[in-house]
Design a protein around this ligand. Structure first.
Ligand code: KG4
Ligand code: ZN
Length: 335
């Protein structure tokens, strides 16, 4: 089965093609990603209007390139899967309507995929050993959720952020330190140059079920202000303390979820799952076995959309063409 996936929910225009027979029997034929990071860097965050315009320019080129790399013609594709939500509405609409147009003209099967389901299943994509049920920690620039994954389309959310996402906390702290957007990975790289810090930050939401990063953001901002005269010299230790507090907040909730559910397998996905400190600390834990996607599948990509959509196609879950994008689409409402 040739499945083509399209992702345009935020600031990555991506198209991938999979040849899939089952969840464990598939081959990635092409993966093309066009990132808009440089466009948004100037503004310190994603500008929705600019993101939509960039998708519009890029989507046809990325689509053609993915077909070329897979050495396939459009007529060979069995089904087109595209991110339907959650995400920025203007961005979603570009990929979604592009896919609808192709499917209705060429009479192809059409599947609207939930972006979070894509991230959840991206861990199985790269780790066939990870079986249902498992816990899923999704930590990205837009989402922070811990989910009990019982099977395809069977998700219950254990906790989610009440305000900022973990990636957002990394990026906002980086911004305060003068690191260009999205500063998460750069902040982490600076943090990893030292092995301890004289600074300490509060343990956020300890003992509470949900995540919250806004209080931490205030504490980080106050600490950076206090050290403003000494910022360059203190930078690495500040980054260390910031990274540590975000990572510890994530691990704290993982421990709670393991206790609540009794499930001992964890999949971590989303941009923050590329964080080396988080990977190191979770891998060292005795109460849970953790799986991560390959680095290229941690951030937004279309391979996870083709994979999740492909599994739904094999199950017969076609989306009627009249269905619209969903800027909000909680993963627990899926079937
Ligand atoms: O999944 P993603 O590409 O986009 C969203 O769906 O939001 O995640 C991007 C987020 C950004 O906030 C970025 O700073 C963060 O992931 N990120 C990292 C690292 N790599 C990416 N945060 C911490 N450490 C990293 N190594
Ligand atoms: Zn994402």
């Amino acid at each position: 089965m040739y499945i083509l996936g399209i992702e345009t929910s935020c600031d990555e225009t991506a198209v991938s093609i999979l040849d899939i027979e089952s969840g464990k029997n598939f081959k990635i034929l092409s993966e093309v990603v066009f990132t808009q990071e440089k466009v948004h860097e100037l503004y310190g965050g994603v500008v929705p209007e600019l993101a939509a315009r960039e998708h519009l320019t890029a989507v046809t080129i990325v689509f053609e390139k993915a077909l070329l790399e897979a050495n396939l013609k459009l007529k060979d594709i069995d089904c087109i899967c595209v991110t339907r939500g959650p995400g920025l509405k203007g961005s979603l609409l570009i990929g979604y309507n592009f896919a609808k147009g192709v499917c209705s003209t060429l009479n192809k099967s059409f599947i609207g995929v939930n972006h979070i389901e894509g991230h959840i299943l991206s861990v199985q994509l790269d780790n066939p050993a990870l079986e249902f049920p498992f816990l899923s920690l999704i930590a990205s620039g837009g989402h922070t959720e811990l989910i009990q994954v019982n099977g395809l389309g069977d998700y219950s959310v254990i906790s989610r952020t009440t305000d900022d996402a973990a990636g957002e906390a990394f990026d906002k702290a980086a911004n305060l330190l003068g690191i260009p957007y999205p500063g998460g990975a750069a902040l982490a790289a600076i943090a990893d140059t030292v092995t301890s810090s004289t600074f300490s930050l509060p343990r956020v939401m300890h003992g509470k079920r949900d995540f919250s990063f806004s209080g931490l953001k205030t504490a980080i901002s106050l600490l950076i202000q206090k050290e403003s005269k000494n910022l360059e010299a203190a930078k690495a230790e500040l980054c260390y303390a910031i990274q540590n507090s975000i990572v510890e907040a994530l691990i704290d909730k993982v421990d709670d979820a393991v206790k609540i559910t009794g499930i001992k397998n964890l999949g971590v996905a989303g941009g923050v799952s590329a964080n080396a400190c988080l990977r190191r600390k979770l891998t060292a834990k005795k109460n849970v076995t953790t799986y991560f996607p390959e680095n290229k599948h941690t951030t937004d990509n279309a391979t996870m959309i083709a994979y999740a959509g492909g599994l739904r196609y094999l199950r017969g879950d076609i989306t009627p063409l009249k269905e619209e994008v969903l800027a909000r689409w909680p993963v627990e409402t899926l079937k």
